[in-house]
Write a protein that binds this ligand. Structure first.
Ligand SMILES: Cc1ncc(COP(=O)(O)O)c(C=O)c1O
Length: 423
């Protein structure tokens, strides 16, 4: 049996989705197919953002691999043109890029850059963040929850209007309360002599659970960090490339970063990531490090990245994310409205979560019921998963090519699952 062979060859404990895992053999657009030929509509995967098996991307990769693929130490028109095109899509602070192969590496480079630029070491993150799995970047995971703070990494509670840090406050007062926690962490860096190098946050707090934010929190937090001499790093690994209906999450949440990190959907499955910032900062970093990454900044990466941008633009996928996303969100809101186990529906574009609770009054997270939703939706032919800081969110994050018809079918299946699971 494949599961047993997997456990032997990969080791038991390599995570699998669903109580009854599925075996996938093929994908096309927003659809994936199992070994029996059964079709599932993918409402989860964000890496194949322009669609599973996208022909334009596959042709570009294949053509480039047959033509030339070398490391970064040669002049190559495609690599430069790709970096230029990426910069043109960003705010004016982002001019140049260091390419890598994973989100972890992009964040590692961003942290190194910020430390070199400021001469300080303190990194500020949220208490339910995930930015990658290396020794350095992994130290930003769930700080103050599953791992302790360290002298050079401090966390503040992620802003959240649904489960706020204090009850009975207005949105404005909550904004101030969360900013006070950012301030406190910065002051602790100052007091210890470590000093603030950067705040590294996901621009939409994806792993925290897509919380609704006090209106000006992001802009004010960025301002506070800069006033303390630090840099603002926006992790766009989940939020970027149209997911929210904007090119970048920071446009959706209203701030401008000094450094961005990009990954996941960037190559539609080809490992490519990037750290983008001002030319000055990039050159400072390059001057100090001789940075090299064997597979990165290659013609192959650039070809994949270019092809993804082509599809996003040609197929107007930002519009699709906005339109289909609005329809999904509204449909989920309607279905959740009178259900005592569904507390909140949040998100932007094609990234929506349904917050599953034991009851609406206490808002206590109910991860078991969220997992039951994912399992039942899978049986009904739709891929989702339970996620978030409390693992109680039904996470809805389809490829950007998902259609209105697919969204309508999903809403019907969600309603079936809701009746069965929530009674
Ligand atoms: C927000 C965010 N940043 C960074 C990463 C790390 O990316 P990678 O797995 O490509 O190293 C992830 C991965 O899930 C992520 O969600």
């Amino acid at each position: 049996m494949l599961l047993e062979r997997r456990e032997r060859s990969l080791g038991a404990g390599a995570e699998l989705f669903y109580r009854q895992p599925i075996q996938l053999v093929r994908g096309q657009g927003a659809y994936v197919f199992d070994e029996t030929g059964r079709r599932y509509i993918d409402f989860y995967n964000n890496v194949p953002a322009v669609g599973h098996g996208n022909a334009h991307v596959a042709d570009a990769i294949s053509h480039q691999q047959r033509t030339l693929n070398v490391n970064s130490r040669y002049l190559h028109e495609g690599v430069v043109a790709y970096a230029e095109r990426l910069a043109s899509l960003h705010c004016s602070r982002i001019e140049s890029f260091v390419f890598s192969c994973s989100g972890t590496e992009a964040n590692d480079v961003a942290i190194q850059m910020a430390r070199m630029a400021t001469g300080r070491r303190g990194i500020l993150c949220t208490n339910a963040a995930y930015h990658g799995n290396s020794d350095l970047v992994g130290r930003l995971t769930n700080v103050g929850r599953t791992q302790p703070e360290s002298p050079d990494i401090h966390a503040f509670p992620f802003p959240d209007l649904y489960r706020p840090i204090a009850e009975s406050l207005s949105e404005q007062e909550l904004e101030d309360a969360y900013l006070a926690r950012v301030n406190e962490a910065i002051e602790r860096f100052d007091a210890s002599g470590v000093g603030l190098a950067a705040m590294l946050i996901c621009s939409i707090f994806a792993n925290e659970g897509l919380p609704n934010l006090p209106n000006n929190f992001m802009a004010r937090a960025a301002e506070r960090v800069r006033a303390a001499g630090g840099l603002v790093i926006a992790d766009e690994v989940q939020a970027g490339f149209g997911r929210t209906g904007h090119w970048w999450g920071y446009e959706a949440t209203g701030f401008e970063p000094d450094i961005v990190t990009l990954g996941k959907p960037m190559g539609n499955g080809v490992p490519i990531s990037a750290t983008g910032t001002s030319r000055k900062l990039i050159e400072h970093f390059r001057g100090k490090t001789d940075h090299f990454n064997t597979y990165a900044s290659s013609p192959l990466q650039a070809a994949a990245g270019m092809a993804v941008l082509d599809v996003i633009e040609r197929e107007a996928l930002l519009d699709n994310a906005r339109q289909v996303g609005a329809m999904l969100k509204e449909g989920l809101e309607t279905r959740a409205a009178n259900d005592s186990h569904l507390g909140d529906v949040r998100g932007r574009g094609l990234f929506i979560v349904v917050d599953v609770v034991t009851d609406r009054k206490s808002r206590t997270p109910d991860p078991e019921r969220a997992a039951a939703f994912a399992d039942r939706l899978k049986e009904l032919g739709f891929l989702t998963a339970a996620a978030g800081a409390y693992k109680n969110l039904v996470k809805v994050r389809p490829p950007l090519v998902v259609s209105k018809d697919d969204a309508a079918s999903f809403l019907e299946a969600f309603e079936t699952a809701r009746r069965e699971i929530c009674g």
